[in-house]
Design a protein around this ligand. Structure first.
Ligand code: SAM
Length: 278
C-alpha cells in the first residue's frame, strides 16, 4: 500500500485536526475526492507544471492536484490549524507539496515557483475576486501563469464570462476577456460543500492569451471601466466626465456615442478609449 492510500478521509482529517469551519475565513470545504479530482482535471495537464493553490484548507483540492500529477504544488493557507493536516499530504506525496502559512494577499509566491505555472483555488469570494483582478492586470503580458481554475459564487462566475448588453457585463468580464479565454466549466449546488453556503457556485477556467485582444494599458482600461460601470445607469459622457475635460471627443474618436451606457460598449471600444488617454 502506498502512503497516499493511508491518508485518512477528509471528514476524518477535519475531525483529527479540529478544523470546524470558520465563517470569518469563508470556509466551505469540498470533501468528495472524486469531485476535487474532477476540478483538478479542469485545470489542464498538470504533469509539467507547478501549481499555485490558494486556500487549501484540509487539502481536498490539493490531493486532487497532486493525484492528477502536478509536478509541484505550492499552497498558501491563512488558517494555522490546517498546516499539520497539509503536512501529512506533503509526506504522502514525497514532498511535492510545499505549504506557506499566511495571507495570499500579502505573499509573493513567485520566488517559490518555476514556470510553467497554473493556478487553482477554491477561495472565499472577496479574496478570490481581488486576486483575480491582480492576476489579470499586471502591466506586462503574458503573466507568470498559464491558466486559472477558480471556484466562485455562481453570480460572480457569470460576471467573469458576461458579454456586452447583459446585466452581468462589467469590470470583471472586460478585464478577464481582454487577456484570456474565460469559460464556466462546472456548476456546483450548495450541498457539494461542508457546510453548504447560501448560494450556488461555479468553476471558471481562464487561459491566458499570448497577447491581449486589443492594445491598451491595464491601469487606464481599468480606470475607464471602473468609472463607466460605477454609475452604470448614467450616460458615459456623465460617468466618465472626470477622466478628461474633452471626454466627449475621446468617446467619439473611440467609436462610442457619448450618450451610450457602459453596458452597451464593446471591449474593443473600451480599449480604444483607454488608448486615447495614454
Ligand atoms: N480548498 C479547500 C476546499 O476546497 O475544501 C478550502 C476551501 S475554503 C472555501 C477557503 C480556504 O481559503 C480556507 O481554507 C480558508 O482558511 C482559506 N483562506 C481564506 N482567506 C485566505 C487568504 N486571504 N489567504 C489564504 N487562504 C485563505
Amino acid at each position: 500500500m502506498s502512503a497516499i492510500d493511508t491518508l485518512p478521509s477528509l471528514a476524518q482529517v477535519i475531525k483529527n485536526h479540529g478544523l470546524d469551519a470558520r465563517k470569518s475565513l469563508g470556509q466551505n470545504f469540498l470533501l468528495d475526492l472524486n469531485l476535487t479530482s474532477k476540478i483538478a482535471r479542469m485545470a489542464g495537464d498538470l504533469t509539467q507544471c507547478d501549481v499555485l493553490e490558494i486556500g487549501p484548507g484540509p487539502g481536498g483540492l490539493t490531493r486532487g492536484l497532486l493525484g492528477e500529477g502536478a509536478r509541484r504544488v505550492l499552497a498558501i493557507e491563512k488558517d494555522a490549524r490546517c498546516i499539520p493536516a497539509l503536512a501529512e499530504i506533503s509526506e504522502a506525496y514525497d514532498g511535492r507539496l510545499t505549504v506557506i502559512e499566511g495571507d495570499a494577499l500579502d505573499i509573493n509566491p513567485l520566488e517559490h515557483l518555476t514556470p510553467p505555472i497554473r493556478i487553482a483555488a477554491n477561495l472565499p469570494y472577496n479574496v478570490g475576486t481581488e486576486l483575480l483582478v491582480r492576476w489579470l492586470t499586471p502591466p506586462e503580458w503574458p503573466p507568470f501563469w498559464q491558466s486559472l481554475t477558480l471556484m466562485f459564487q455562481r453570480e460572480v462566475a457569470n460576471r467573469i464570462v458576461a458579454t456586452t448588453g447583459s446585466k452581468a457585463y462589467g469590470r470583471l468580464g472586460i478585464l478577464a476577456q481582454w487577456r484570456c479565454d474565460a469559460q464556466i466549466v462546472m456548476s456546483l449546488p450548495p450541498e457539494a460543500f461542508t457546510p453548504p453556503p447560501k448560494v450556488h457556485s461555479a468553476v471558471v477556467h481562464l487561459n491566458a492569451l499570448p497577447e491581449p485582444r486589443y492594445p491598451a494599458k491595464a491601469k487606464l482600461l481599468e480606470r475607464c471601466v471602473a468609472m463607466g460601470f460605477n454609475q452604470r445607469r448614467k450616460m458615459l459622457r456623465a460617468s466618465l466626465k472626470g477622466l478628461a475635460p474633452d471626454i466627449e471627443d475621446r468617446l467619439i474618436a473611440s467609436g462610442i456615442k457619448p450618450t451610450d451606457r457602459a453596458e452597451n460598449v464593446e471591449l474593443e471600444q473600451f480599449c480604444a478609449l483607454a488608448r486615447t488617454l495614454e
